[in-house]
Design a protein around this ligand. Structure first.
Ligand code: SF4
Length: 302
């Protein structure tokens, strides 16, 4: 039986592919749709997508409405100084530019490659769902939180661990921090949440949202490594000190790791503050915007 997170990922992916106008994917979707309890979402969204397909920008399907921004705690690059506005305008073109390109204009994978990647993610997610390496977390979690977004995205955001909302919904970054991350992606980067992939160091919520322990991060490291290997992003943005510490094996602070392009197995990595920190310290949003600008420039340059 398919894991719910993978099913959601399949729906997101197939919808994106259909919006991109790749008709062969419709056949793939029919095959997979037979296995999907939410297939009606996919099928309903197809004709709308095809009808709108003259547009060069992907429109958010009516069934994917969980990433809307919020009125409070806005990430507002428009209120930053003029010199930063020009970067935002320049990078506005980091959206789907043709029917066969991803969010930064790279070719989408061939159908078989896409199916293989989704199968690998499904198998890994199923393995994670049964994991009990961290006894305390396995006993207290509602469910594991694997990852979400476009598995073919060149950009992966890496957070710390699921919180209460994520634990309940089974998706990463869906609470207040998630809404601020959405603002960073949509208002700052002019992308859509479903254009990027998002996951965490841990796939289970630590009780009381405490900081992950080193042994828990070590237990979950192989899942993270395999996720990154399958997604194969070109860029990773570490959100916060925990993601930075365990991905890059460092004890340096975010302040020391910012403004530097790091390397993880050939992938370019930048580090910035976690959205939950920005909610507590709004003054740091300016620093995060600088980091996101650096990321956008790197993505523009490939
Ligand atoms: S945090 Fe990772 S390693 Fe620990 S129980 Fe959850 S899935 Fe397993």
């Amino acid at each position: 039986m398919m894991n719910k997170q993978i099913i959601d990922g399949l729906i997101d992916y197939l919808t994106i592919m259909q919006y991109a106008g790749i008709t062969e994917v419709s056949n793939l979707s029919v095959e997979i749709a037979d296995k999907l309890p939410h297939a009606e979402k996919l099928i309903v969204s197809v004709p709308n997508a095809v009808a709108k397909n003259n547009s060069t920008e992907i429109q958010t399907p009516p069934t994917l409405t969980s990433t809307d921004s919020i009125e409070s705690n806005k990430f507002e690059p428009n209120k930053l100084p003029d010199e930063t506005q020009s970067v935002a305008r320049e990078t506005k073109n980091i959206t789907m530019e043709s029917k066969t390109k991803n969010c930064v204009g790279h070719d989408l994978p061939k159908e078989q490659d896409a199916a293989d990647k989704l199968t690998q993610l499904e198998l890994l997610s199923a393995e994670v769902a049964k994991c009990s390496r961290c006894l305390e977390l396995a006993q207290s979690r509602t469910q594991t939180v694997f990852g979400a977004g476009d598995p073919f995205s060149p950009l992966l955001f890496l957070g710390e661990a699921p919180g209460a909302d994520e634990d309940i919904q089974g998706k990463p970054f869906v609470g207040r921090s998630g809404k601020l991350l959405n603002d960073i992606i949509t208002k700052g980067m002019k992308l859509k949440r479903e254009d990027v992939y998002v996951c965490n160091i841990l796939r289970c919520r630590p009780p009381g949202n405490r900081t992950p322990q080193p042994d828990e991060a070590a237990n979950c490291k192989s899942f993270l490594e395999r996720t990154i290997e399958i997604i194969n992003p070109k860029f990773i943005c570490c959100l916060g000190s925990v993601a930075t510490k365990y991905l890059l094996a460092t004890d340096k602070s975010i302040g020391q790791m910012r403004k530097i392009v790091h390397d993880y197995n050939g992938i370019k990595v930048i580090c910035t503050y976690h959205p939950s920190y920005l909610l507590r310290m709004p003054a740091a949003k300016k620093d995060t915007w600088e980091d996101i600008q650096m990321l956008m420039k790197m993505m523009e340059e490939g």
